[in-house]
Every structure is written in structure tokens, then in C-alpha cells.
Design a protein around this ligand. Structure first.
Ligand code: ATP
Ligand code: GCO
Length: 195
């Protein structure tokens, strides 16, 4: 699998979104490496208070998240301005439409197209994956609250795509990479928004 260099002269940002445990970090690292894009871990930009709140088993609310979302958008904007940066892959749960709008707004005057890949999985799969993960502040009992806030992208979010992430990492990664390739080739008319 390799992307024709002629499609990479367009800068792009891919936000890997979805609830805790869906596999955002795993997918973002894979895509960044394949595309030779920079990778930004959105969780690293949470203020300490947010991490403490989640670690103590309390879900974040909108007020907790706005500043963090502007941090995420700002970090991308800064990096996109660097001529050496070809593109970015960023993990950011971006559970709600309004959160994705903050990211869009932050980047609207920056070079590069913005895309969202939503990693969709059932509650059972998310619980299984968060339980299997050791030493992480986000525990399996937070999955319910993540899913309560999750607003899956609908057809009107033309820059957002849904990927079923219940497959093995290898299968999910192939699906995601094929999708990215289609997006970068600008053949949006061929792209179905559910994979
Ligand atoms: N496609 C997959 N199939 C099976 N397991 C997976 C898959 N993708 C990721 N995992 C595993 O699930 C767990 C959660 O993955 P990961 O940390 O990438 O999710 P995340 O969405 O970034 O989580 P968080 O937002 O809570 O940090 C990890 O143990 C990872 O190895
Ligand atoms: O919006 C949120 O509630 C948060 O971003 C969470 O999604 C966590 O940061 C992530 O899941 C870490 O495990």
C-alpha cells in the first residue's frame, strides 16, 4: 500500500475521533507512519484538571472540554503552518458535532483540508478493549458516558467518515488507509460515508 506522491502535495489533517478505547491512538500512529504525516495525541493536551476528573471516574462536560478543543485546534494550526509538515493525524475524541465545529473553525484559515474518521464500535467491544488496557486513567466504567455524548457524524458532515473498528487492527487499518487514499484523490463522489 502506498499513496501516489502527487496526491500528497495537498496538506491534510485527519482527526481520528470516537469514544475511549475505540482504537484512536493505534489507528493514528499507523496512518501517520504510512502517510509520513506528523502525529499529535490529543489526550496529551488535556489540562491536568481534566485528566484528574476522568481518573476519578467523572466524565467531562462541555465546559471542561471547550478549552481543550481549542488547544487541539491550535496545536494543529501551528504545525500546519510549518512548510516541512506534509500533513497531520491527530487523535481527539471530538464526540459532539459542536466539538468538531471548534476544530473546523480553528483550521479554516490554515492550509490543508480537514477530515474526520470516526471509529465506531459497540459498547461491548469498547468495554472489552478498555478493560484489557492496563495503567490507563480511563476505566471501562466510563464507556457509558462516552457513548451518551457520542454524536456519530451524519450525512450533513461531509468531511466526516465512519469506520467500523470492530475488525482486527490489520483489517481496520486497511479500510482506513483505502479511505484516506480515496479522500486524497478527491474522488469524494465515490466515497460512501460508512465503512
Ligand atoms: N482494531 C482493534 N482490534 C482489537 N484491539 C484493538 C484495536 N485497535 C486498538 N485495540 C486495542 O484496544 C485498546 C485501546 O486502543 P487505543 O488506546 O488505541 O484506543 P483510544 O481510542 O486511543 O483510547 P483512549 O481514547 O481511551 O486513549 C488498546 O489496548 C489497543 O491495543
Ligand atoms: O472527551 C473526552 O471525554 C475525553 O477526550 C476522553 O475521550 C479521553 O480523553 C480519552 O478517551 C482518554 O482515554
Amino acid at each position: 500500500m502506498s499513496l501516489n506522491p502527487q496526491h500528497l502535495d495537498k496538506k491534510a489533517v485527519f482527526f481520528i475521533i470516537g469514544p475511549s478505547g475505540s482504537g484512536k491512538t493505534t489507528m493514528a500512529k499507523f496512518l501517520a507512519e504510512k502517510l509520513d504525516y506528523d502525529y499529535i495525541e490529543g489526550d496529551d493536551l488535556h489540562p491536568k484538571a481534566n485528566v484528574e476528573k476522568m481518573s476519578s471516574g467523572h466524565p467531562l462536560n462541555d465546559e471542561d472540554r471547550w478549552g481543550w478543543l481549542y488547544n487541539c485546534g491550535g496545536a494543529c494550526a501551528l504545525q500546519l503552518d510549518d512548510p516541512k509538515v506534509k500533513g497531520l493525524v491527530m487523535t481527539c475524541s471530538a464526540l459532539k458535532v459542536a466539538y468538531r465545529d471548534v476544530l473546523r473553525e480553528s483550521l479554516k484559515h490554515r492550509p490543508g483540508s480537514v477530515h474526520f474518521l470516526y471509529l465506531m464500535a459497540s459498547k461491548e467491544v469498547l468495554v472489552e478493549r478498555t478493560k484489557a488496557r492496563k495503567n490507563h486513567y480511563m476505566k471501562a466504567d466510563m464507556v457509558d458516558s462516552q457513548l451518551r455524548d457520542m454524536q456519530a457524524p451524519k450525512e450533513d458532515e461531509k468531511d466526516a467518515y465512519t469506520i467500523n473498528i470492530e475488525n482486527s487492527p490489520e483489517v481496520s487499518q486497511k479500510i482506513a488507509y483505502d479511505l484516506v487514499e480515496k479522500i486524497m484523490k478527491d474522488k469524494d463522489e465515490d466515497i460512501k460515508h460508512k465503512y
